[in-house]
Structure formats: C-alpha cells, structure tokens
Design a protein around this ligand. Structure first.
Ligand SMILES: C[S@@+](CC[C@H](N)C(=O)[O-])C[C@H]1O[C@@H](n2cnc3c(N)ncnc32)[C@H](O)[C@@H]1O
Ligand code: SF4
Length: 373
C-alpha cells in the first residue's frame, strides 16, 4: 500500500530539493538553509518559532509542508535503561523507535552512550518465523521524512534531559537500522534518509556510526557497497547452514549462503571494515554446537564480528531462548577460535523488547477500544 501524505514531510527534503521547491515559489536559495537550520540545529516544533522568516512565507510553509510527520503516542521506559517510543504516522500507522543506553562509569545514565534503533517499514514482508515485526506482513514502506522524523523525536527528547554542548551536535552516538522492517527492501527512502542525517545541513551524523542491518537481500547489499557514504553493515544470519536458515528465514530460498556470503565479502572488501553477523540463539533451532562451529568458520572466513543475541520471546510464538549455560557454550566455541564475539544481554525485556511487539499490542488495544461497525 502506498501512502501519499497530504503535505510534503519537511524531514524528507534535502537542501537541493527544498531550494528547488522554494525557487518555484519565488523565494531566494538562502531561505532553504535557514529553514533546515531551524529544523536540525535549533529543533523547533512550530513554524512560528522560525522568527527570521517573513510571516506570510511561514504561513505558506505551514500549508505546504509537514514540519515533523510523526507524533509520539507512547513512551516506555524499561528498568535496564532502554526507552521505546511508539510513533504514529499521518495515516495512523504505528512504528517503533528505541533508545538504548550503554551505562558508563562516572557519567550517569543521561550522559551514557546512546544507540538509536530506527524502523524503515510498517511491518515487514520477509516473514522470518521468529520475528514480531513480520507477524502481520508488510503494511507499507516509510518515506524518507518518516525515517528522519524518528531521530528528531529522539533529539528533542534527549535535549530536554541533557542540553547539548553545541547546536551542531546530534543527541546520540550511534544509529542502528534494526527496528521494524527490512531496510534494503525500502532502499531509495533509506538512502535518502541516511543522506539527510549525514549532511552537514542535516543532523551532521557520521556514516561510520550508522549500521544497516539486513536479512540478506544480495543485490541490495552489492548496491549498498557502492554507496559513497560508507555505512556499516550487519547481516541477520541466524543459521550457519542453509538447512537451518531456510527453516526460519524464507529469504534464504532466494539468497542461500552460497550467494549471501560472497556478497558480504564484496561489501567488506569495498569498505575495508569489519561487518557484523547477528545470530539470535533459539533453543533447539540453531543453538547446537555444530551450528557454533559452522558459524565460527563463516566468521573467520569473513573476518566478521559475531553478535549473539539470546532470543526475546514473542507473544503467540513458540520459540524460546536457550539456558545461560548453553548460550555460553555456544559462545565459547567462537571465543576459543579468537573470533570477535559479543553475547548480548538483551535490553528492554520488560517493555516488549522484541521489535514490533509494542506496535502489535497497541493496534490490538485500539481495535478493542473502537471495534469496526
Ligand atoms: C527486527 S530486524 C530489522 C532489520 C532487518 N530486517 C534484519 O532482519 O536484519 C533487527 C534484528 O532483530 C532481530 N530479531 C527479530 N526478532 C527478534 C527476537 N524476537 N529476539 C531477538 N532478536 C530478534 C532480527 O533477527 C534482526 O537481527
Ligand atoms: S527479522 Fe528483519 S527481515 Fe525478518 S521479519 Fe523481522 S524485520 Fe523482517
């Protein structure tokens, strides 16, 4: 389903496209820079705050553009320093954005490193059997403005807690494109959004601190390798053989390991940087020691970092995370081979952490509150 917003989202405009639009309206080019400065550096929430713009021009802007095309619906804070924001788009679609704080000694929670996990689609078409995001299929792609809007919401929220030292600073340290949706299935909007986030007239956020995670769309991985901005790549592997991967990730039929792994190698060669292999540990599905050995061989071959993620249970799905001992034994096989590995203690367990769950729950509650006639 394609969504055509009533007003153009301002957060989806580049300096170039906004300048062109303003020129059509008879405005000088410098106005575009002024507007983007209000949006990304001063982070105003209304057109009236753009005090160096003439009033009639502000009125035209308000009629033509949506300042930030998403509203905050729910904010959930978990005991382990993860915050989840549920945002509503103009067509009522709900998406999730997560703030993950990594506690650092001596600086307190507010000043700790922050990683922001953003969504790129409403739902997902990839149908991985363990994932809440794909449970109801794909509703639609997010447009670039909706992707960027998630970070502006985070910035405003974080600025209120810890004021920035300088206006040009973003209010977080890393972006991971690991929220709802398959980012590479929404390629053009993704690249436009990341370009806006990276631009010096935008959030000025370094491409090397942005990681795109994919279930393995091979042609798009090869395309991403050619992008001039050099984003980081993470692959959701979750199975170290086709037999196991195919059972839980339908994408493996079109792009089995024999196609996926050479594409990942090509990406690494182009960028000269370590990529990450994500591997959710699901009891009796992919947590055998044979899988650990195969994963070790793949990681060694690709010089990749391995991120082991104990599965987060999803309501209605039968999968479970393995015991701590089993997780550690799996990790030890990689550690013994000196593979760079992290065994993630999943954050946000008490706030429907598995991405997509908060959205599903809220949609269900809304349907109960307002049943169809
Ligand atoms: C939600 S996906 C979004 C990005 C992209 N679609 C992908 O699959 O890489 C981000 C990561 O979350 C993982 N994930 C999904 N459901 C999970 C769950 N219930 N517990 C832990 N990780 C999960 C995915 O496998 C993937 O590695
Ligand atoms: S893991 Fe990623 S690709 Fe698979 S259904 Fe979830 S969001 Fe989609």
């Amino acid at each position: 389903m394609k969504f055509i917003p009533a007003k153009t989202p301002l957060t989806g405009e580049t300096l170039e496209s906004l300048t062109a639009r303003l020129r059509e309206h008879g405005e000088p080019a410098f106005r575009a820079k002024q507007i983007l400065e209000w949006l990304y550096k001063k982070r105003v929430t209304s057109w009236d705050e753009m005090t160096n713009l003439p009033k009639p021009f502000r009125a035209w802007l308000a009629e033509t553009f949506d300042l930030v095309p998403a509203s905050l619906v729910i904010e959930k804070h978990s005991a382990d320093v993860t915050d989840k924001l549920l945002l509503e788009m103009r067509d009522g679609s709900l998406i999730e954005t997560v703030i993950i704080r990594a506690p650092q000694e001596g600086v307190g929670v507010d000043h700790s490193r922050k990683t922001i996990c953003i969504s790129t689609q409403v739902g997902c078409a990839m149908a991985c059997v363990f994932c809440a995001s794909g449970l109801a299929g794909l509703k639609r792609d997010l447009n670039a403005g909706e992707i960027v809007a998630q970070l502006l919401h985070v910035c405003r929220r974080e600025d209120a807690r810890t004021p920035r030292a300088r206006a040009e600073l973003a209010s977080f340290d890393n972006i991971v494109v690991m929220g709802m949706g398959e980012p590479l299935a929404n390629y053009d909007n993704l690249i436009r959004a990341l370009t806006i986030l990276n631009a010096e007239w935008g959030l000025g956020f370094g491409a090397r601190r942005i990681t795109v995670s994919t279930s393995g769309l091979v042609p798009k991985i090869l395309k991403l390798a050619q992008e001039p901005l050099g984003f980081r790549l993470a692959i959701s592997l979750h199975g170290a053989t086709d037999e196991v991967r195919e059972k839980i990730m339908p994408v493996n039929k079109a792009f089995p390991l024999a196609k996926l792994l050479p594409a990942v190698r090509e990406f690494s060669l182009q960028h000269g940087r370590m990529i990450t292999l994500e591997f959710i540990l699901i009891e009796d599905v992919n947590d055998s020691l044979v899988q650990a050995e195969k994963l070790r061989d793949i990681a060694r071959d690709l010089h990749a970092h391995v991120n082991l993620i104990p599965y987060n249970t999803v309501e209605g799905l039968p999968w479970k995370r393995p015991s701590l001992t089993r997780q550690e034994r799996f990790a030890d096989i990689l550690r013994d081979a000196r593979i760079s590995v992290t065994l993630r203690r999943e954050k946000g367990h008490d706030i429907d952490a598995a991405c997509g769950q908060l959205r599903l729950k809220t949609e269900k509650d809304r349907a109960v509150a307002a049943p169809l006639p």
